[in-house]
Design a protein around this ligand. Structure first.
Ligand SMILES: Nc1ncnc2c1ncn2[C@@H]1O[C@H](COP(=O)(O)OP(=O)(O)OP(=O)(O)O)[C@@H](O)[C@H]1O
Ligand SMILES: Nc1nc2c(ncn2[C@@H]2O[C@H](COP(=O)(O)O)[C@@H](O)[C@H]2O)c(=O)[nH]1
Length: 194
């Protein structure tokens, strides 16, 4: 079996992490590709090597120099995130397909790098108003951070045409069902139904 790669991208707060976590529980052939990142770990809710590989900016720059990333971005000011080639290879060697949770530019880069071996999925919020409500309700970000995320979302929403599929995350159960159907078709090569 040839391993594939499925990248979920969205403006912050659209719900890609929620959808990815539910998909991982439904499709055992999928494994989450853990990114490297330079932001601080969030208290007790995150673990190194599970949510991210938390590394220093110096270590991150070293990996850039060694060409260790498929793609990387400074997603927020001073915070670098990147998909490690070694992580994707590890998942494929284990006979699984890699699932990524990356920002919108990252999703476009993954598609350009892996071409037909990749499926780039854009998760769209029903509206910017709903996006803001979700970010406020999630209560993980300051007002300044929410403003920055909404500002970025305005720009990112112009990129949906660069993706293979767009899923509107209105009703969560419906969106997860749609994602499951699309991903199962992709990994079993029934791409005609996409
Ligand atoms: N369809 C939905 N309806 C209502 N709330 C939702 C829905 N999908 C996700 N949420 C909630 O919206 C919030 C944002 O979701 P999530 O954290 O998955 O977004 P994200 O796109 O991964 O954001 P980030 O890029 O910041 O990690 C969470 O509190 C989540 O529970
Ligand atoms: N381009 C990439 N973006 C990534 C990667 N890993 C995560 N992300 C995106 O960063 C933001 C912020 O995430 P948070 O956990 O700090 O809230 C989010 O949109 C992720 O999708 C990556 O390897 N490359």
């Amino acid at each position: 079996m040839q391993g594939k790669i499925i990248a979920f991208s969205a403006p912050s707060g659209a719900g890609k992490t929620t959808i990815v976590q539910r998909l991982l529980a439904r499709i055992p052939e999928l494994s989450f590709s853990i990114s490297a990142c330079t932001r601080d770990k969030r208290g007790r809710t995150e673990a190194n090597g599970k949510d991210y590989y938390f590394i220093s900016v110096q270590e991150f720059q070293e990996k850039i120099r060694h060409d260790s990333f498929v793609e990387w971005e400074e997603v927020y000011e001073g915070a670098f995130y990147g998909t490690l080639k070694s992580e994707v290879e590890r998942i494929w060697e284990n006979g699984h397909h890699a699932v990524l949770d990356v920002d919108v530019k990252g999703g476009v880069s993954i598609k350009e790098f892996y071409k037909d071996r990749a499926l780039a999925v854009f998760v769209k919020p029903p509206s910017l108003e709903v996006l803001e409500q979700r970010l406020r309700k999630r209560a993980t970000d300051s007002d300044a951070s929410i403003s920055a995320r909404l500002y970025k979302a305005n720009f990112e929403l112009n990129f949906e045409d660069r993706f293979d599929v767009v899923i509107t995350n209105d009703d969560l159960d419906r969106a997860v069902d749609e994602a499951e159907r699309i991903v199962r078709a992709f990994i079993t090569d029934e791409s005609a139904i996409l």
